[in-house]
Design a protein around this ligand. Structure first.
Ligand SMILES: Cc1cc2nc3c(=O)[nH]c(=O)nc-3n(C[C@H](O)[C@H](O)[C@H](O)COP(=O)(O)OP(=O)(O)OC[C@H]3O[C@@H](n4cnc5c(N)ncnc54)[C@H](O)[C@@H]3O)c2cc1C
Length: 375
């Protein structure tokens, strides 16, 4: 919609084809219904891609300030929730209405719901066969998103089309997704569902300090969603349960205490979690019965708790899809394929994936804007 509105307002004749029966459904369900539409602190470092530089140009030319200006022109009230994340005060529907309105200003036409059956190259044009008729076009912009939440319209169409035209696709996988425990770990921690811990989680170069949530399937919460985009099957994640605190100094300062270790830990961690963690480490006894080296080992364990997730909860629960159309085949200025004039890819279908916190929408707006200026 962002791309269509831009192109239409530039004077291009634009037809937008959507196969689902509703418009902007991902926007409607985003941010708990309030759409976290951008992030004030958006930088290229907030994105994962095989080419981390690809996103720079588009993000620099269409910044959060530009989108905020658009939101303000449409009199949509918003607020910063935390960490630069901007949400509508009212509802995500306001963002959908705003984009529809901008499309109307550009004279964009719609076909919805409408299936695309085939796309073929005919000279310097594309022939698009749909269940509402056939169209010929000079520019074709693919904005079909990722694979997450298939029940509201996600499809691999964009990846197949890229391959049809000789572009590579980085294997897609779920991102910003809860992680699951194996049965043994679930037996230990699964019944702590609902407990939240302020933790620092790291894996494969990613590191996030936010809340971690224990669930009846494994782990979730913002810290885990963030790290899930860095995690690969078979990897362990490392959890600092006492970030910013010197666990060794703390435990040693209590070495003469007759208090049970789990009771001491309950001063800094949720009590039921402290109990289970100590039980899992065979450490339910008074602190004065531990040796100094045992306390040091436990302190290390509290800062470096290693957990090996058994998997993710998959595309039904993932907010985004990692991987996608390989950016090497595209111009970072226009999003046009280097080898197929007139073929553009924007948004999540590309191998550009943002962190949690409004970055994925900012990428959709910025890449859509870049293509909308060129298509
Ligand atoms: C539950 C949830 C919450 C989220 N919350 C946030 C948030 O608060 N902030 C944030 O930044 N990001 C959020 N995201 C991620 C964000 O929604 C996406 O990154 C963003 O919508 C991507 O935009 P897009 O235009 O590339 O793709 P999409 O928004 O997925 O749009 C793609 C469109 O293409 C259509 N389509 C697919 N295949 C075809 C086909 N073959 N023919 C025709 N049409 C087709 C789909 O129906 C869809 O309407 C959330 C995602 C989920 C699942």
């Amino acid at each position: 919609m962002m791309c269509a509105a831009q192109a239409g307002q530039r004077g291009r004749r634009v037809l937008l084809i959507e196969h689902y029966h509703k418009l902007g459904e991902k926007i409607r369900i985003s941010g708990g219904g309030r759409c976290n539409f951008t992030n004030l602190h958006c930088t290229p470092e907030n994105f994962l891609s095989q080419n981390p530089h690809f996103c720079r140009s588009a993000l620099a030319r269409y910044t959060p300030r530009h989108f905020i200006a658009l939101v303000e022109r449409h009199h949509i009230a918003y607020h910063e929730k935390t960490l630069g994340q901007l949400f509508c005060d009212g509802s995500a529907q306001q963002i959908i209405d705003m984009l529809k309105n901008e499309c109307d200003r550009g004279g964009v036409e719609w076909r919805m719901p409408c299936e695309v059956h085939e796309i073929a190259r005919e000279g310097d044009r594309f022939a698009v066969t749909t269940d509402e008729g056939a169209y010929r076009t000079q520019s074709l912009v693919v904005a079909t998103g990722g694979l997450s939440v298939p029940k509201i319209g996600a499809s691999p169409f964009g990846y197949r089309l890229a391959e049809q035209f000789g572009l590579k696709v980085v294997v897609p996988r779920p991102g910003l997704v809860p992680l699951s425990f194996d049965p043994a770990t679930l037996a230990r921690f699964g019944n702590l569902s609902g407990i939240a811990i302020d933790a620092e989680v790291s894996c494969n170069g990613g590191r996030f300090r936010e809340n971690l949530l224990l669930t009846h399937r494994g782990l979730s919460g913002p810290a885990i969603l963030q790290i899930s985009s860095y995690w690969r099957s078979g990897d362990s994640i490392e959890i600092d349960l006492l970030p910013g605190r010197d666990a060794e100094a703390w435990l040693l300062s209590e070495h003469s205490s007759r208090m049970q270790l789990d009771s001491l830990l309950a001063q800094a961690l949720p009590r039921r979690f402290a109990q289970k963690w100590c039980a899992a480490h065979d450490s339910i006894k008074p602190i004065n019965q531990f040796s100094e080296s045992a306390l040091k080992t436990l302190a290390h364990g509290l800062h470096h708790w290693r957990v090996q997730p058994s998997g993710t909860l998959g595309y039904n629960r993932a907010e985004v899809t990692l991987g996608g159309v390989d950016t090497d085949g595209l111009s970072s200025k226009t999003m046009e394929a280097k080898t197929v004039a007139g073929l553009f890819f924007v948004g999540e279908v590309l191998d550009v994936t943002g962190h949690l916190g409004g970055f994925n929408f900012q990428w959709a707006w910025a890449s859509g804007h870049a293509a909308g200026q060129a298509a």
